[in-house]
Write a protein that binds this ligand. Structure first.
Ligand code: ZN
Length: 306
């Protein structure tokens, strides 16, 4: 069996795909219902970076070796990709400067019925960015250059108290309390009003642009499921396999036919590894989970009183 380098789960095409080997090759489509098996080999290298100016993902020039954990980019790729500039709003290079001068949107993203975060995305990447974050719904509240958008995001965070990041564990807990499109629109409009009453915006207000994303994740959990196994660490030679029951942004939900549990696998844990990769559309692959360290996450039960 051949080893493929796993580059990660991305939504560049508007659908979830597992990129392997080279970023310029089409990824493996991750549709709900497929059977997937990943067997890590213990060997891990940098996954390269996303070049915003060219709108393409680039491979790591040094193919630098990486340790286990949540960081899958070498220092050089973090800088080449403008990750530093995008995260901090500080242009530390000409490239970073170019990135920040592009048009950006300030958005509010909804998870479940009661978690709203503020964020900034380059306008051209908006849809992909929101899908990769697994937002259930979103609304755009302002646009401007990258620096102005970051300033407004910070003000909304400090003055209106909205978080800038939501933990994956929280997103998973919200899987069974999804707002309807009407509810989501109402919650996001109300939050927008609240934000506008508390933050003096330095960017022009827009007609709010609402999008309902949740059906895109195609989540089909077993109806009697009460909890998830959230994988927070993998051994170097871990094996994870099962039937895909949804792709929540960059996190795969895999149903294990042996223990009847659903495992949540975050892309960052597998990125960069050489792995035996099997993907079957119709034919079952034997479920196997070894070398996996997972936490228990309770799901809210529809119809329960508390
Ligand atoms: Zn690199």
């Amino acid at each position: 069996m051949a080893h493929d380098k796993l580059l990660g789960i991305y939504w560049d095409s508007g659908k979830p795909a597992l990129h392997t080997r080279q970023h310029d090759q089409p990824g493996l489509a991750l549709g709900t219902g497929i059977y997937l098996s990943l067997g890590l080999s213990g060997v891990r290298h940098c996954i390269g970076y996303y070049d915003e100016a060219l709108d393409t993902r680039q491979n790591c020039q040094d193919n630098r070796e990486m340790e286990a954990g949540r960081e899958s980019q070498c220092i050089r790729c973090q800088h080449d990709g403008g990750t530093f500039a995008a995260k901090s709003g500080i242009a530390d290079s000409l490239r970073g400067n170019q990135l920040l001068s592009a048009q950006h949107d300030v958005y509010l993203a909804l998870f479940g019925k009661d978690v709203v975060k503020v964020g900034v995305t380059r306008s051209s990447r908006r849809e992909v960015r929101l899908l990769e974050q697994a937002a259930h719904a979103s609304i755009i509240i302002a646009s401007g250059d990258g620096e102005a958008a970051r300033v407004l995001e910070r003000q909304i965070h400090t003055q209106a108290g909205l978080p800038e990041t939501i933990k994956l564990a929280t997103k998973l807990e919200k899987l069974t309390t999804v707002a309807t499109p009407d509810e989501a629109n109402r919650i996001l409009l109300e939050t927008t009003e609240l934000v506008r009453s508390q933050v003096a915006s330095t960017l022009p207000s827009l007609d709010t642009d609402f999008t309902y994303h949740f059906p895109r994740y195609d989540v089909r959990l077993p109806s009697d499921l009460t909890s998830l196994r959230y994988i927070d660490r993998l051994d170097d030679e871990a094996v994870v396999s099962g039937r895909l029951v949804g792709a929540l942004g960059r996190c795969l939900l895999l149903h294990n036919g042996v223990d009847e549990k659903v495992y949540a696998l975050d892309s960052v844990l597998i990125e960069g590894y050489e792995a035996d990769t099997q993907l079957q559309q119709n034919q079952a692959i034997e479920s196997r989970v070894t070398g996996v360290h997972a936490k228990h996450i309770d799901l809210y039960q529809q119809g329960s009183l508390f």
